[in-house]
Design a protein around this ligand. Structure first.
Ligand code: PLP
Length: 420
């Protein structure tokens, strides 16, 4: 099927938000899946069906675990059905309890995996520069109930692992990492996966490496790995013998087949993401008030996220006005992580004033926009997106005036766009 044409915009009146035709005939999503060689995938699925072995620690799951552990350079990889269950199991296996300090600028699953087990997530602020937890603000959040810290490598850029290790050691806390975004990334030359007691990957369809749905806990600790293997399989230690409380966290053979196939294309995915990153870098260059998050070129990186900071004072438009304008063009940019986990339920009700301790998170959550990348898009689309952004910024005053008059649907009626 032919791709729908891309309209290039140069005048404010051509913008879809002002009544023009959308630049893209079909929506451009953030997080379209990276899929490797279909023929290899289908061959694996056929083998799986011939074998009649669809789940319960089958050969593909074992192979996937071995490949991941090898890539990351750890002793054990315990594959699971998704990253959230992997987090829950890791949290239970390392015996976190009471309160655990996490960044609020993360996907809500980091907090939910604790709260689900009646452990209180205590939200810590993020760095003023960068997107990770601010180590300088962690110790003030420690109470006698604190049992650990979960560091998150947001957007695949590792958090300050050394500082977190020092804080954990000094205060007798357990340290776990949510590495959902960081498969294939390194910190000081060492692959993410080998830090803390354990690290957790997500292989969700939107992630750099996907297994349809999937996750894994990686660790160098033999007894921890053995415990998690029991936990992900209802606590079964053999036929009819349950020796531990467990859940169903098993990865299917179909997921492992997808994961293995995509692992074979990992270098291509990185190359495409990097090429897209550089296309955005060129396209956004010189647009005042829009700053693209950079990746450290001395480290391994997956470049899976195109993260743009919008400085409303300079741009003359808010991040939300930009997102609305992009959506009108069929560019489904996302406001991650908005509004911050502390502003979602049940945390918003538990800690109504948490925002007072999270000034950087509050600020960043209002300024960040994530743009589409991955194997589903190329240079033409990126150039058109950047051109839309340029027209938006160059005509900010006029556009703001026109947007202010527009009404949009909100639950229970319509509102002026600026107030929605
Ligand atoms: C930071 C973070 N943690 C945890 C998760 C949960 O992973 P999953 O979707 O595989 O359950 C995600 C992604 O969805 C995430 O972005």
């Amino acid at each position: 099927m032919a791709e729908p044409p891309v309209l290039t915009k140069s005048l404010v009146g051509e913008l879809a938000i002002c009544g023009g035709r959308p630049a893209f005939g079909a929506p451009l999503h953030v997080g379209r899946p990276n899929v490797g060689d279909r023929v290899r995938l289908l061959a694996r699925i056929n083998d799986m069906l011939d074998r009649d072995w669809l789940s319960n620690n089958g050969p593909y799951v074992k192979e996937f675990e071995a490949r991941i552990a090898e890539k990351v350079g750890v002793k054990h990889c315990v594959a699971m059905c998704n990253g959230t269950i992997a987090l829950e199991i890791a949290i239970r296996a390392i015996e976190l309890a009471g309160e655990v300090i996490i960044p609020s600028y993360t996907f809500v699953a980091t907090a939910h995996a604790l709260q689900w087990q009646e452990i209180t997530p205590v939200f810590c602020d993020m760095e003023a520069e960068g997107y990770n937890i601010d180590p300088g603000k962690i110790e003030r959040m420690i109470t006698p109930r604190t049992s650990g810290i979960i560091g998150v490598h947001v957007w695949g850029k590792p958090c300050n692992v050394d500082a977190l290790m020092r804080i954990a050691d000094r205060n007798g806390l357990k340290l776990l990492f949510d590495a959902a975004h960081a498969f294939g990334c390194s910190y000081k030359g060492k692959m993410v996966g080998g830090f803390g007691l354990a690290e957790v990957f997500s292989f969700h369809a939107t992630k750099f490496l996907n297994a349809f749905e999937g996750g894994a806990v990686v660790t160098n600790d033999d007894s921890l790995a053995a415990k998690m293997r029991l936990m992900k399989n209802f606590g079964f230690a053999g036929y009819d013998e349950v020796i531990y409380i467990g859940t169903n966290g098993k990865m299917t053979e179909a997921s492992a087949a997808m994961g293995l196939t995509n692992l074979e294309s990992m270098e291509t995915f990185v190359a495409v993401n990097e090429r897209n990153f550089h296309a955005y870098e060129r396209g956004l260059g010189g647009i005042p008030g829009l700053s693209l998050m950079r990746y450290d070129e001395s480290e391994s990186r997956n470049c899976q996220y195109i993260v743009v900071d919008v400085d409303e004072e300079i741009v003359g438009l808010s991040r939300d006005e930009i997102v609305r304008s992009l959506h009108a063009e069929n560019v489904l940019a996302r406001r991650y992580f908005f509004p911050g986990a502390h502003r979602m339920e049940p945390y918003r009700s538990h800690f109504p004033h948490a925002g007072l301790l999270l000034p950087e998170t509050e600020r960043r959550a209002k300024r960040t926009v994530i743009l589409p990348t991955g194997t589903a898009i190329g240079a033409d689309e990126i150039s058109a997106i950047c051109q839309i952004l340029r027209v938006l910024v160059e005509n900010a005053a006029e556009l703001r005036e026109s947007l202010a008059g527009q009404r949009v649907a909100v639950p229970g009626g319509t509102r002026k766009l600026r107030d929605a």
